[in-house]
Design a binder for this molecule. Sequence first.
Ligand SMILES: *Cc1c(COP(=O)(O)O)cnc(C)c1O
Length: 228
Amino acid sequence: MDGLAERLTAVRARIERASERARRDPARILLLAVTKIFPAEAIQDAYALGLREFGENYVQEFEGKAPAVSGLAGARFHLIGHLQSNKAAKAAELFQVVQTVDSAKLARRLNEAGRALDVMLEVKLSEEESKSGADPGGVPALIEAVRACPNLRLRGLMTMPPWSEDPEAPRGFFRSLRELAETHGLAELSMGMSNDLETAIEEGSTCVRVGTALFGKRRKQLATDEHR
Ligand SMILES: *Cc1c(COP(=O)(O)O)cnc(C)c1O
């Protein structure tokens, strides 16, 4: 993929500068390469440049790419898109991490799949219409439900604030997520994307999910056609 090496260098430099400003260790911030809509070659190219953790949004889309990337030793795949309970078994088969657990029912279904999975709870911090995620008030019960599942290891919280061009706009949401995680003793915070990863790192992110800044613009139409 043309220019991926340069873009990766630039993203890593952004992570390092933000970490420095926040007096944090950049090694504690996972760069999750978001490859949705891009073909399996994007994952292979990023892997060749040293990336090992990949984010995908759709079970069905990743099922198509999985055969091409299943031999990449040490690669881990995170589901970062909304997951319906009826696709939980398939998701548990394809992914090592599910960042979007937002109901006790989904947690139970993932657990029943019988595979060890790292999970994060997706929290909805804004009233924005179609966003998935658990309400902050429901988080304590959800934590209890996940902890009752022997196959699930609860790592932390994830959120996706309303899109804004202003990288400062999500700061309050990031802070709320960190406070919620602290309250419950959860170490990992998946927050920050191409546009606002600096803000997220300043607010404590341990996983930035970066697509556009690494791979370029996505062809949005493809996504809607495929997942209708
Ligand atoms: C697409 C997506 C990303 C990456 O967004 P970019 O702005 O392209 O970096 C991160 N997280 C989630 C949940 C996404 O759906």
